[in-house]
Design a protein around this ligand. Structure first.
Ligand code: FDA
Length: 432
C-alpha cells in the first residue's frame, strides 16, 4: 500500500516537550465508512476492481445488523422484488430513485453469490430468502469477498473529521479528501458513507452520515423510525393488554383513500401496543395522529357469519367468535359490550351489526412508536435528489458517495432493505 510520510506544519513557537514526530499519511483510492451490509459489499466490489480500499468502522465487530437480522438467519433478499415498480416495496420521497441500482444488481445476482459460496438457504414467506444455518454465513461470505479484493479494514476506528481538499491544493497527489481518524490521517480520491440508520444505537448506529451530509450542504429528509412496533395510550390500551403474546392474521390499513396502504400479515399484541409483521409494515406508512383500521380474520364476512350463527346457534357470542379468531381474543371482544355477553340467538340485530363492524374495522390510533430502540430501519435520510441514481455520488460534491440505509430509501420487511444495501453498494463500486 502506498504510504506517504508528511511532516506536520512547524508550530510558530517551538512547544516544550518531545520533538514532534512525523505524522503518517495513508493513501487509498477510496475510504468507506461503515462496515455493515452496504459498506462491506461496496468495499469487496471496489477492491475486486483493483482499487485500494480502506473500510473503517467504529464498532468492534463488522455487520452487527446482519448478525441479528432475520432472527439470526438473515433474510438477505426477496425474490418478489420488482425493480420496474420500486414504489411497491420501497418508501422514499423520490420512489423512482432506487430503480436504476435495483435493476442493475438484482436479487438473482445476490442469490448467485450466496450459491457460489455454498451457503444453503430457503424461502420462508412471500419471496423472503433466509440462510439455513446462520446469518454468520452471510457475514463470512462478505468478508471473504473483501479479502479477495484486498480490502484493508480498520476497526474499531473513529472518524474525527473529513475535509475536501480542493483539487491540487495540497500539491501532492490527486487525492481529494483528508479523513482524520483515531489511527491517523488518510487521503483518498473518494469517500463512501455507509453508516446506516439510527436504529439500535447499542450496536453501533450513529448520525455521522447525516452530519457529513450537512457539512457538505447535502439536504436531508426528516428521519423517523420505520418497521417499528406501535404504542397506545395506557388507559385506552388497558382492555387489550391481557392479550399480550397473542398473534393472528389480519388485514391492516392506514391513510386516506388515495394513499391508503394495506397489508395482509400477522398481528402481535404486546403489553404496550401492537407489533408483528402487519404492524411493522404499516408503521412505515403511518402518520402521527392517523388511525389504523384492522380487519380481524380477513376473508371472513362478519355480518353474514353472525347472522347465520344467530339463526342456528344457542352458544354465547364469544364461543361463536372463537371459531374464527383465537378464543382469548373472542372473549376480550365480546367482553367490550354488555349486549355481546349473551347467547347469539338472543342478541339484537343492531348489537350484532355493531360487533361485525368492530371485527371488520377495528379503528385505533397509536400514540407513538417504540422508537429507534426497537425499529428495524430509519425512514428518511440523505435526500435522493442530491445524489446520482446511477452512482450514488453527491451531485454537488465530487467524490462523496452515500449508500445503503443512510439514504432516503427504505424497504418493506422481507429482505428488501438488504437488497437495497447490496444494489446501492454495487452501483457505487462500479463508479469509484
Ligand atoms: P448497517 O447498519 O448494516 O451498517 C452501518 C455500519 O456503519 C455499522 O457497522 C456501524 O457500526 C457503522 N457506523 C455507524 N456510525 C459510524 C461511525 N460514526 N463511524 C464508523 N462507523 C460507523 N433487513 C433485511 O433486508 N432483512 C432482514 O432480515 C433484516 N432484519 C433486521 C433485523 C433487525 C433487528 C434490524 C435492526 C434490522 C434488520 N434489517 C433487515 C434492516 C437491515 O439490517 C439494514 O437495512 C441494513 O443493515 C442497512 O445496511 P447499511 O450497510 O446501510 O447499514
Amino acid at each position: 500500500r502506498a504510504i506517504v510520510e508528511i511532516a506536520p506544519a512547524a508550530p510558530a513557537q517551538a512547544a516544550p516537550g518531545p520533538a514532534p514526530t512525523l505524522a503518517r499519511m495513508f493513501s487509498f483510492d477510496t475510504v468507506i465508512i461503515g462496515a455493515g451490509a452496504a459498506g462491506l459489499f461496496c468495499a469487496a466490489q471496489a477492491g475486486q476492481r483493483g482499487l485500494k480500499v480502506l473500510l473503517i468502522d467504529h464498532a468492534d465487530k463488522v455487520a452487527e445488523k446482519i448478525r441479528i437480522s432475520g432472527g439470526g438467519r438473515c433474510n438477505f433478499t426477496n425474490r418478489d422484488l420488482d425493480a420496474s415498480a420500486p414504489h411497491k416495496h420501497f418508501v422514499s420521497q423520490n420512489p423512482q430513485f432506487c430503480r436504476s441500482a435495483l435493476s442493475r444488481y438484482t436479487p438473482q445476482d445476490f442469490i448467485a453469490l450466496v450459491q457460489k459460496h455454498g451457503i444453503a438457504f430457503h424461502e420462508k414467506h412471500k419471496g423472503q430468502l433466509f440462510a439455513d444455518r446462520s446469518a454468520e454465513d452471510i457475514i463470512a461470505m462478505l468478508l471473504a469477498e473483501c479479502a479477495l479484493g484486498q480490502v484493508e479494514r480498520w476497526q474499531p476506528c473513529s472518524v474525527k473529521n473529513i475535509a475536501f481538499l480542493a483539487s491540487g491544493a495540497d500539491g501532492m497527489s490527486a487525492s481529494s479528501y483528508q479523513i482524520d481518524t483515531d489511527r491517523g490521517p488518510v487521503q483518498a480520491r473518494s469517500v463512501v458513507v455507509a453508516t446506516g440508520g439510527l436504529s439500535i444505537p447499542k450496536i453501533g448506529a450513529s448520525d455521522l452520515g447525516y452530519r457529513l451530509a450537512q457539512q457538505f450542504g447535502i439536504p436531508l429528509v426528516e428521519r423517523r423510525p420505520g418497521l417499528v412496533p406501535l404504542t397506545f395510550d395506557g388507559a385506552a390500551w388497558a382492555p387489550y393488554a391481557q392479550l399480550a403474546g397473542l398473534a393472528l392474521p389480519v388485514q391492516i390499513s392506514t391513510g386516506a383513500k388515495k394513499t391508503r396502504m394495506a397489508f395482509d400479515e400477522d398481528l402481535l399484541f404486546t403489553h404496550r401496543g401492537l407489533s408483528g409483521p402487519a404492524v411493522l409494515q404499516i408503521s412505515s406508512y403511518w402518520q402521527d395522529g392517523a388511525p389504523l383500521s384492522i380487519h380481524l380474520a380477513p376473508g371472513v364476512d362478519w355480518p353474514a357469519v353472525l347472522a347465520q350463527a344467530k339463526a342456528r346457534s344457542r352458544k354465547l357470542i364469544a364461543n361463536e367468535l372463537a371459531q374464527w379468531v383465537p378464543s382469548r381474543l373472542a372473549d376480550a371482544w365480546a367482553g367490550q359490550d354488555a349486549d355481546w355477553q349473551r347467547p347469539i340467538a338472543e342478541a339484537s340485530d343492531k348489537a350484532l351489526a355493531r360487533l361485525a363492524e368492530r371485527l371488520a374495522r377495528w379503528e385505533i390510533t397509536p400514540t407513538g412508536t417504540e422508537g429507534y430502540k426497537k425499529a428495524e430501519v430509519t425512514l428518511g435520510g440523505i435526500d435522493t435528489r442530491a445524489l446520482s441514481s446511477q452512482t450514488m455520488e453527491a451531485r454537488q460534491q465530487p467524490g462523496l458517495y452515500f449508500i445503503g440505509e443512510v439514504v432516503d430509501v427504505t424497504g418493506w420487511l422481507g429482505g428488501y432493505n438488504f437488497q437495497w444495501a447490496w444494489a446501492s453498494a454495487a452501483a457505487c463500486a462500479q463508479a469509484l
